[in-house]
Design a binder for this molecule. Structure first.
Ligand SMILES: Nc1ncnc2c1ncn2[C@@H]1O[C@H](COP(=O)(O)OP(=O)(O)O)[C@@H](O)[C@H]1O
Ligand SMILES: [Mg+2]
Length: 359
């Protein structure tokens, strides 16, 4: 009623999350879409959230992120560190009283598409705090001195919000090392980030993310007492991803999920989600489920770095050979099962295998 935009979005996010948990995915999505529209009625009522902006471009330096509605799937070690971090954050008052609090800084590092950005949202949701996202690459201004000012703007904005500050793409700072920038600027910017981190009170939760931890300045690295490496998903995690994104938790498809998990080593969570969604889109628009063969082919193509359009067009001989080889090398299933999936005779599987070995 007081046109508190942040509160509306936070409550809306909570409701969307609950809808998603109760399997109303459509409802959750449309509520989220509504929330994502920059509250015109609220702004018309005279309220506009004053986000810090870049002086030159007038683009916001920080954005309010959404609480996610899709689950995050993590391997054992990462999951345990995250739970501990959340537990420590929830009891920071007690820990501080006993003199054993640590700075609530968590650094997520690892290859792209492994869920770092998604995880930051989950942490904010678990703590029931708003998420403020600052992408370091977008803070870097071509105007001398402006970058450090932008960074200070963020660290001044966040403490009053009882929020999670998410510093995404932290390695962008290191790109200042290039020739367009004078050498002193990198140092100045690193120092500004360090000062910003040091200025935060103990109750501010900071999550940083980077795909290139080795590019990160060691002093920045040390400012994050909690560190979690997000790796490419292992077979068990991949199986959960296929079950969730493709089969929507249908228990009858567990074997297919396991098979897809075995052949999809090297793919990240984003790859798996993309293939699964493409298959579901085709199924809806063509009124017919994508065959396992087509999905497996898309997986094989993505593994070899040549993503292939997932369509329901009939397989040609080259497709059948590729698929047979993939299932034989990675699938761990019998030749007669391969024959069933590819849609050829067992003799043909035998022949394809011989041919692909020779070729
Ligand atoms: N571990 C994971 N669990 C669930 N979904 C994932 C995971 N990793 C990636 N995804 C999917 O891929 C999308 C992109 O991942 P993202 O968080 O942007 O990765 P990163 O920030 O590490 O590059 C996510 O929004 C999610 O839908
Ligand atoms: Mg990311």
């Amino acid at each position: 009623m007081a046109a508190d935009y942040t509160a509306v979005r936070r409550l809306g996010g909570q409701i969307a999350k609950r809808m998603a948990e109760q399997n109303d995915l459509e409802g959750a999505k449309s509520l989220q879409n509504l929330l994502r529209k920059r509250g015109v009625p609220l702004q018309a009522s005279g309220y506009a959230e004053a986000l810090p902006r870049d002086a030159g471009s007038r683009l916001p330096l920080i954005e309010e992120g959404q609480w996610p509605t899709t689950p995050i799937m993590l391997g054992g070690d990462a999951g345990r560190t995250i739970s501990q971090f959340i537990e420590d954050a929830q009891h920071i008052g007690l820990l501080a009283e006993k003199g054993v609090s640590a700075r609530l800084g968590l650094l997520l590092y690892g290859p792209p598409g492994t869920g770092k950005t998604l995880l930051a949202g989950h942490i904010a949701a678990s703590l029931r705090r708003p998420l403020y996202v600052a992408r370091l690459d977008s803070l870097i201004s071509s105007r001398l001195g402006e970058t450090a000012k932008n960074i200070r703007g963020i660290f001044e904005f966040v403490p009053s919000r009882n929020a999670v500050l998410f510093l995404d793409e932290m390695d962008a700072i290191a790109k200042l090392r290039d020739d367009r920038h004078e050498l002193g600027e990198l140092k100045r910017v690193v120092n500004t980030v360090l000062q910003g981190l040091d200025s935060l009170t103990d109750d501010v939760v900071t999550v940083g993310a980077t795909n290139h931890p080795h590019l990160l300045d060691p002093a920045i690295w040390r400012r994050f007492p909690y560190k979690v490496e997000l790796n490419l998903p292992d077979e068990d995690v991949r199986a959960s991803m296929w079950e969730h994104f493709l089969f929507l938790g249908d228990d009858g498809r567990k074997d297919d999920g396991r098979l897809l998990a075995r052949v999809s080593d090297g793919l990240n969570g984003a790859d798996i989600e993309n293939i699964a969604l493409a298959a579901r889109r085709r199924a809806i628009l063509s009124n017919q489920d994508s065959s396992l063969a087509h999905i497996l082919l898309a997986v094989g193509a993505s593994r070899s770095g040549n993503p292939r359009l997932l369509d329901n067009r009939e397989l040609d001989t080259a497709d059948k050979k590729t698929l047979t080889r993939l299932l034989h090398d990675k699938g761990g299933i019998s030749q007669s099962d391969i024959a069933k999936i590819v849609g050829v005779s067992r003799q043909m599987v035998h022949r394809y295998l011989k041919e692909t070995l020779d070729g």
